[in-house]
Design a protein. Structure first.
Length: 345
């Protein structure tokens, strides 16, 4: 409205001149034209076209301003779903709910306020300029049209002035409502996180199952170990070395607490040699993973243990003097630390 009024104000003389030409040429008839309905129809059609051409700059300018204003506030959104046929839109109950919703009532309230502002503006205008309209009859057409445009501009700006506070509040309200809709609730955030990252409970259950599978696989490898090195109360590490297939001894299984106890029980069942060597057991448990080779720093200590295992096997086959268990194994101090003694299993 503000833009349209401004356009009329700037182009008052041009619009007045064009409309004067239209009125002057459109209301001159001869007898032949009046008696011919086709000529009258053509005559009035041409008058409408001339009027539209005269007002085209105004209409085009208003369209451009309206689209630009909408894009600045909320952006241009083309939603083809709104024009599709939808049986749900014919639902009477839902339609009544939309009509009597808080949003519909607020829109009705704003419309009533706008009408009151327009009515108040017209009342003020008529009260101030009612008599001046009577004088337009006595004025020449070109002067009268100019005065009419001036009156239109005046009443338009008066209505705009009355509407400004309400429009400002309406824009603030719409923006706030739009941002509120964009805000996600706590449950919506959780649901979106589940969709993107997966359900945390399901992922935890999968990890638990994976650990259980890995644990069963590890326990199934214990019978193939050559030796089990233990810290009697906390740790147990099962080692395997095959000089034909491996370059370095490998950890088949390890555990603490109940898992360590179960590894030792399997070792007894399978008659696997076990050696109590707390520093070496702690170092292997802390610095190796199942399936990995032992660290280079522990080669010497593990070599002494394996040598004792091979001697023990020979003694069991051939008899003789029982081999002594190795003591004071060369475990680097940096790898042998007590840490906490909490059991992992």
């Amino acid at each position: 409205m503000f833009s349209g009024t401004g356009f009329i104000w700037i182009n008052t003389d041009t619009l007045a001149g064009e409309l004067q030409k239209i009125f002057r040429h459109s209301f001159i008839f001869d007898g032949r034209t009046i008696q011919n309905s086709l000529l009258m129809t053509s005559y009035f059609s041409q008058m409408v076209i001339d009027a539209l051409l005269a007002l085209f700059p105004l209409i085009g300018g208003l369209a451009i301003v309206g689209i630009s204003a909408s894009s600045l506030v909320g952006g241009l959104i083309f939603n083809t779903k709104l024009i599709k046929l939808d049986g749900k839109k014919l639902d009477l109950i839902k339609g009544l709910k939309r009509i009597f919703s808080i949003n519909a009532l607020s829109e009705l309230f704003k419309t009533i306020l706008k009408l009151l502002c327009v009515g108040l503006g017209l009342m003020i205008f008529i009260w101030q300029n009612g008599l001046s309209f009577l004088h337009l009859i006595m004025e020449p057409p070109e002067i009268a049209l100019g005065h009419v445009f001036n009156k239109v501009i005046y009443v338009s700006y008066l209505i705009i002035f009355l509407l400004i506070p309400m429009v400002a509040f309406d824009v603030f309200y719409q923006l706030r409502a739009h941002l509120k809709k964009l805000r996600m609730s706590r449950q919506e955030i959780k649901d979106e996180f589940k969709q993107q990252e997966g359900d945390p409970q399901l992922k935890a259950k999968i990890r638990q199952q994976q650990r259980a599978i890995a644990h069963r696989r590890m326990m199934a490898d214990v019978p193939y170990a050559d030796v089990i090195i233990t810290n009697p109360t906390h740790y147990a590490v099962a080692l395997k070395y095959d000089d034909k297939k491996m370059e370095v001894p490998k950890v088949l299984a390890k555990g603490a607490g109940l898992i360590a106890q179960r590894i030792k029980e399997i070792g007894v069942e399978q008659r696997i040699s076990q050696l109590e060597a707390p520093p070496l057991a702690r170092a292997l448990y802390r610095h190796t993973e199942v399936g990995q080779n032992i660290p280079v720093a522990l080669y010497a200590a593990v070599a002494e243990v394996l040598a004792w295992v091979y001697q023990l096997r020979r003694w069991r086959r051939e008899g003789g003097l029982k081999p002594r268990k190795p003591k004071k194994l060369p475990v680097p101090p940096i790898l042998d630390f007590i840490g906490d003694n909490n059991c992992d299993g």
